[in-house]
Ligand binder design. Structure first.
Ligand SMILES: Cc1ncc(COP(=O)(O)O)c(C=O)c1O
Length: 397
């Protein structure tokens, strides 16, 4: 019998049933399928800047390739790139960072995976925001940890409530994940929130994964990192950041973690066991990107702000939808609970009937029910077209 004729399916390892996913990619695939049938779709589902990577960064990568940067590199990253990140984090977070604390990964996402893999034992509890980036919960479950969601309330501007956090902490809490500015709500944590989380971590000996991937996309005031507020917690903090959102470089796969050197060595070992290293020529753009011209970063941020203002105003004009003005990232999380349709059905129907791709709030956990997430990483024209379509669709509900 040919192997292709085998009757039974794949006998997966048990752990695969615990692995979640990121729905944005699923919705994007559905939207592309509709487009292949001739439909026009307004894409407000995917979380990536629609801008091109700044030209001087692209030129640097081409130069690196032509100069022969086509080989393996060290697992934690190229020393000059780690040094540049250490300097950048020292300056932006105002803490002294040695390059031994830095691990460069293909995108920032692996930092979640490796950190949780390195720290969380079966039965250990991990507190994470809900609604929140779905990969946190997915990986916690995958390693056999106990996911403990902390609900983000709209009335609290989608910031975590420190009192609720205290109630969720037990002797088994190993890790707390925070994300500011936040995906999917665009909320930011205040200095007081961060101080409370940092003190809690110090008092109870808990690690913190601080996902700061949107640190440069902020509209109100300056960015506040947990390291600004509680620098003495530095050895318990794993800082996650990268190039994807700040420099419109999602496809380059460049991210990093900054952590205690012993943990950094363990994370590098996980990298040796999986992808060996991050692409060498890609890492070579890190120093010139972080310390070269920053004009394109500011231009993108300003354009996102214009779009945020347009989409928030437009959504609030639609009957039975209300939308808070987010302070960072490039997402809005409007309240759709008065439309009388659950969020998943609403997102599905909006795609099929109105040609607008958005995500159900529940793609970010169960506390996302009653909301949709729109990414405004699209042109003002497309955002306006999307809003017109949503308004006409909602009027018929
Ligand atoms: C909150 C959050 N953290 C991390 C990431 C991952 O970024 P990267 O593309 O660098 O892996 C994303 C991407 O959507 C995100 O929204």
């Amino acid at each position: 019998m040919l192997i292709t004729e085998k009757k039974h399916g794949i006998r997966f390892a048990q752990r695969m049933s615990d692995l979640g996913t990121e729905t944005a990619f699923v919705v994007l695939a559905k939207a592309r399928q509709l487009e292949s049938q001739g439909r026009t779709i307004v894409h407000l589902e995917i979380g990536e800047p629609d801008f091109e990577t700044p030209a001087h960064i692209v030129d640097e990568a081409v130069r690196a390739l032509k100069a022969g940067a086509t080989h393996y590199g060290p697992s934690p990253g190229l020393p000059e790139a780690r040094q540049a990140i250490a300097r950048y984090v020292s300056e932006t977070r105002r803490v002294p960072v040695d390059f031994e604390r830095v691990v460069i990964t293909p995108g920032a996402k692996p930092i979640m995976f490796y950190t949780i893999l390195a720290l969380v034992d079966e039965g250990d509890e991990v507190i994470y925001p809900n609604p929140g980036f779905p990969i946190y919960e997915s990986v916690i479950r995958f390693v056999g940890g106990r996911p403990v969601p902390i609900q983000l309330h709209e009335e609290n501007d989608f910031r975590l409530d420190v009192g609720e956090l205290l109630d969720l902490v037990t002797d088994r809490t190993k890790l707390i994940i925070i994300n500011s500015p936040q995906n999917p709500t665009g909320s930011i944590l205040t200095a007081e929130d961060l101080e409370a989380v940092g003190r809690l971590a110090l008092d109870r000996d808990i690690y913190i994964l601080a996902d700061e991937i949107y640190s440069r996309i902020i509209y109100e005031g300056d960015f506040t990192s947990i390291l600004h507020v509680v620098p003495e917690a530095m050895d318990q903090v794993i800082l996650l950041d990268g190039m994807s959102k700040t420099f419109a470089m999602t496809g380059w796969r460049l991210g990093w973690g900054v952590m205690q050197p012993t943990l950094a060595a363990a994370v590098a070992k996980l990298q040796t066991n999986s992808n060996s290293c991050t692409a060498t020529f890609s890492q070579m753009v890190i120093p010139p990107a972080l310390f070269g011209p920053q004009g394109p970063v500011e231009a993108m941020r300003a354009e996102f702000q214009r779009r945020r203002d347009a989409i928030v105003a437009g959504l609030n004009r639609i009957d039975r939808i209300t939308c808070r003005k987010p302070a960072g990232a490039f997402y809005v999380f409007p309240n759709t609970s008065r439309l009388g349709v659950d969020s998943q059905t609403l997102a599905d129907r909006m795609l099929q009937e109105a040609g607008v791709a958005a995500l159900s709030g529940t793609a970010f956990g169960r506390f996302g029910e009653g909301y949709l997430r729109f990414s405004y990483a699209n042109s003002i024209e497309n955002i306006k077209l999307g809003l017109e379509r949503v308004e006409a669709f909602v009027a018929k509900l």
